[in-house]
Design a protein around this ligand. Structure first.
Ligand SMILES: NC(=O)c1ccc[n+]([C@@H]2O[C@H](COP(=O)([O-])OP(=O)(O)OC[C@H]3O[C@@H](n4cnc5c(N)ncnc54)[C@H](OP(=O)(O)O)[C@@H]3O)[C@@H](O)[C@H]2O)c1
Length: 254
């Protein structure tokens, strides 16, 4: 019996947040899933068909090991979700740490390039799909977030260039750019890292905002894009909560 009618999906950064929710959703949608990240996490809700794999997207040997696992997998790779990403600690350009800039670019841009390079031959062979999780910050930056914004602008350039270079080949390329999201009650790992675990700073971001996006909202976007007919390439989804009309226009109830 074919237990993965849609083939194999690799989700980078699959241990928490959007990646974890996406791995779950893709498993439920009929993919065999490899959720790959530095930590190996499963939840009680992880459906059958989702396996974990240790991956650091910034380390070439680690990415090569992922490729070998994919090559040996019984299901053909049809979907790569480049989701692994880190925030930069909130800081002005004047005060920011140069190593933070390097770390952010290395993970959010070079890591996605490295993973895509390694798995692209599989996607070409299997008429596959590369999805990238960008951010609305990759279109409009905010203060004290330049290093992260620059990395997401960089990711957008990568996505758009890849689509041009693959024109004529059977690989779809999609960017999903989420706006204000709350990973969990405490903001999610991403926000805790961005604000050095400063609960008050995190609470201020969400103050009075009804229903920020959740990781599950983004996972649904990924599944929808991936399950369109093979000739339909969703270039970009920009998705915000209803309360966020634009990057700096957020309705707050108090
Ligand atoms: N949270 C937001 O408000 C928001 C908004 C828009 C876009 N995004 C984007 O959405 C994506 C996921 O964010 P999230 O909110 O779900 O954050 P998260 O909960 O912090 O998850 C980030 C994931 O990336 C993994 N990761 C980090 N560095 C890695 C590396 N070198 N190699 C492999 N995996 C790595 C982490 O796992 P390990 O630590 O185990 O490796 C984790 O699974 C990111 O690209 C982020 O930029 C987030």
């Amino acid at each position: 019996m074919n237990t993965a009618p849609r083939g194999l999906a690799v989700v980078t950064g699959g241990s928490t947040g959007i990646g974890l929710a996406t791995a779950d959703a893709l498993g439920q949608a009929g993919y065999a899933v490899i959720a790959a990240s530095r930590r190996l996490a499963t939840t009680p809700s992880t459906p059958t068909g989702v396996t974990t794999h240790e991956l650091d997207v910034t380390v070439a040997d680690s990415v090569a090991a992922l490729e070998r696992t994919v090559a040996a997998h019984p299901a053909p790779l049809t979907l790569l979700v480049n989701n692994a990403g880190i925030p930069t600690h909130a800081a002005s350009i004047a005060d920011s740490d140069i190593d933070d800039w390097r770390r952010t670019y290395e993970t959010n841009v070079v890591g996605a390039v490295q993973t895509t390079q390694a798995l692209l031959p599989h996607l070409v062979r299997n008429r596959g799909h590369a999805v990238f999780i960008g951010s609305t910050v990759g279109r409009v930056p905010y203060e004290r977030g330049a290093a992260y914004a620059a990395s997401k602008y960089g990711l957008t350039a990568l996505v758009q260039t890849l689509r041009l270079e693959l024109n004529g080949q059977p690989v779809r390329v999609t960017e999903i750019a989420p706006g204000m999201m709350r990973g969990d009650e405490a903001g999610g790992e991403f926000m805790r890292e961005r604000f050095h675990h400063d609960k008050d700073a995190i609470a201020a971001v969400y103050q009075g905002v009804e229903h920020p996006l959740t990781p599950e909202d983004i996972a649904e976007c990924v599944v929808w894009c991936a399950t369109r007919p093979a000739h339909v390439d969703i270039d970009l989804i920009e998705v915000r909560p209803l309360a966020q009309a634009a990057q700096h226009k957020v309705h707050r109830t108090n």
